[in-house]
Design a protein around this ligand. Structure first.
Ligand code: EZ4
Ligand code: CO
Length: 401
C-alpha cells in the first residue's frame, strides 16, 4: 500500500477543527486531528506545504519510520505546530493500519487494560450555588469525576466559567480580554470547595484547574488549604516551563498535581516524571506527537508512579477523542481522560464510534479509530478566525491565560 494524497480539511462546526485525511492507492484512508486552538492555520500550512509532499509514495505500514523521518528529518525539533502536525500524520497511520487489518487501534496497542477510560467533565457557575448545581447535574448523568470552576467575585470575565469564546471574521478586531486577581481567586477557591464537598460528599472525584495563574508558593498554599477536600488533582498550578518549580509546590502540599496540556514532547516533563514532582501528566495525543510519542511518554512515567490524565477539552476534535479512547483503554497507567461535549454541529461533520456512558469513554470495536468525516458537511462550515483570550492582571499587565 502507498500513500497517494494527504488532504487537510479545515472546518468550523461551532469551533475550528483541522483534520488530516491520508489516502492510499488501495482506497483506504486514515484520519488524524491537527487542531491547535487559536493557531489552526499554522498547522494546516505546515502539513500542506511541508509534510504531505514528503509522504507521497510511502508505505503507511511503517509508522515508526515515518514518525522519525518527520521528527529528525526536519532538523527543527519539537514545538506545538510541528508536533501537532506529526501527531495528525501518526494518528492517521494508526487509523489506516487498523482499517487495513480489520481491527480497532486499541488491539494494535496491546489490547484492553480496561473496558473504558474514566472521564472527567466540566462544571461551572457564576456563583457557588450555580457551580454546586452543575456538579450535581453532571453526577446525575453518571459522571464520577468533575472539574469545578467558578466565577470569582470581583473578577470580571475569567477562564472556565462558560462565557462565549471570542470568534470573529474581522482580523482587525482585538482579541477578547479577561481579568485576573490572584488575591481574590485564592480567597475564593477554598470557599467554593467547602461548599461543593459539603453538598456532594466524597464519592465523586473533584478536580480544579488553576490554568497557570499562580506562583509556586501560592500553589503550595492553595494545595495545602484544599487537602482535606481530597481533590483528584489540582491542574496547572503554575506553567511548567521551569520543571524544577514543582519541587517547591511539592514541599508544601500533598494535593495531587497535574500539568502538561501544552506539552509537546517527553522533554517537557522528563524531570517532572523522574523526580515524581507530579501525579498526572496531561500531554495529549494530538499535541504531543501522536500515539507513537505519547505511548513512549507514558512508558517513561509508569515506573515513577506518574499516570496520564490527557487533555481533552472541546478544542480537540472528535477524532482526538477517539485516539484518547484507544490510548486510554490500552495503556495501563492511563488514569483518567478529560471529556467535554463538542459543539452540536460537530455531529454533522464527524461520525464517531466512541461512546461516553456511566462516566467512561469506550472507543468501541470498529476497525481503526472508528471515526469518519463528512467532507461536504465540513465544507459548508468554513474556518472562522478565532483566538484564545488574553488575560490581564489588576495592574494592567498581561498574565498567563
Ligand atoms: O484552556 O483547551 O483543561 N482544560 C483546559 C482547556 C484549555 C483549552 C486551550 O485550548 O485548560 O480549557
Ligand atoms: Co487545563
Amino acid at each position: 500500500m502507498r500513500i497517494v494524497a494527504g488532504r487537510v480539511i479545515v472546518s468550523s462546526p461551532g469551533r475550528n477543527y483541522v483534520t488530516l485525511k491520508l489516502e492510499t492507492d488501495e482506497g483506504l484512508y486514515g484520519l488524524g486531528d491537527a487542531t491547535l486552538n487559536g493557531r489552526e492555520l499554522a498547522v494546516a500550512a505546515y502539513l500542506r506545504e511541508h509534510v504531505v509532499p514528503m509522504l507521497i509514495g510511502l508505505d503507511p505500514a511503517n509508522i515508526e519510520d515515518i514518525w522519525q523521518t518527520l521528527y529528525r528529518g526536519a532538523y527543527w525539533r519539537r514545538g506545538p505546530v510541528t508536533m501537532t502536525a506529526i501527531a495528525a500524520v501518526d494518528v492517521a497511520l494508526w487509523d489506516l493500519k487498523g482499517k487495513a487489518l480489520g481491527t480497532p487501534v486499541w488491539n494494535l496497542l496491546g489490547g484492553r487494560s480496561r473496558p473504558g477510560i474514566t472521564v472527567y467533565t466540566h462544571a461551572h457557575g457564576h456563583s457557588v450555588g450555580e457551580a454546586v448545581e452543575d456538579v450535581e447535574r453532571l453526577v446525575s448523568q453518571g459522571f464520577g469525576a468533575v472539574r469545578v470552576q467558578c466565577a470569582v467575585p470581583g473578577i470580571g470575565r475569567m477562564y472556565g466559567v462558560g462565557l462565549p469564546r471570542p470568534s470573529t471574521d474581522d482580523p482587525t478586531l482585538p482579541e477578547v480580554e479577561e481579568d485576573w486577581s490572584t488575591e481574590k481567586y485564592l480567597r475564593f477557591v477554598p470557599e467554593l470547595f467547602d461548599a461543593v464537598r459539603s453538598k456532594v460528599g466524597f464519592d465523586v472525584h473533584l478536580l480544579h484547574d488553576a490554568h497557570h495563574r499562580l506562583t509556586p508558593i501560592e500553589a503550595g498554599w492553595l494545595g495545602r488549604r484544599l487537602e482535606d477536600h481530597r481533590l483528584f488533582w489540582l491542574e496547572d498550578p503554575v506553567p511548567a516551563e521551569l520543571q524544577e518549580s514543582f519541587r517547591l509546590i511539592r514541599q508544601h502540599t500533598t494535593t495531587p498535581l497535574a500539568v502538561g496540556e501544552v506539552f509537546n514532547s517527553v522533554y517537557d516533563c522528563e524531570l517532572l516524571i523522574r523526580e515524581q514532582l507530579i501525579d498526572y501528566v496531561r500531554a495529549s495525543v494530538p499535541h504531543a506527537g501522536g500515539l507513537t510519542h505519547l505511548r513512549k511518554l507514558a512508558a517513561l512515567a509508569e515506573p515513577y508512579h506518574v499516570r496520564t490524565g490527557c487533555h481533552g477539552a472541546a478544542d480537540l476534535s472528535p477524532v482526538s477523542t477517539a485516539a484518547a479512547a484507544h490510548f486510554g483503554v490500552a495503556v495501563h497507567n492511563a488514569a483518567i481522560q478529560e471529556y467535554q461535549d463538542h459543539p452540536v454541529p460537530a455531529r454533522d461533520v464527524f461520525d464517531v464510534g466512541w461512546t461516553v456512558r456511566d462516566g467512561r469513554l469506550d472507543p468501541g470495536d470498529r476497525p481503526g479509530l472508528g471515526v469518519d468525516i463528512d467532507e461536504q458537511a465540513a465544507e459548508r462550515l468554513p474556518y472562522e478566525r478565532s483566538y484564545l483570550p488574553i488575560s490581564r492582571r489588576v495592574d494592567g499587565s498581561v498574565g498567563n491565560y
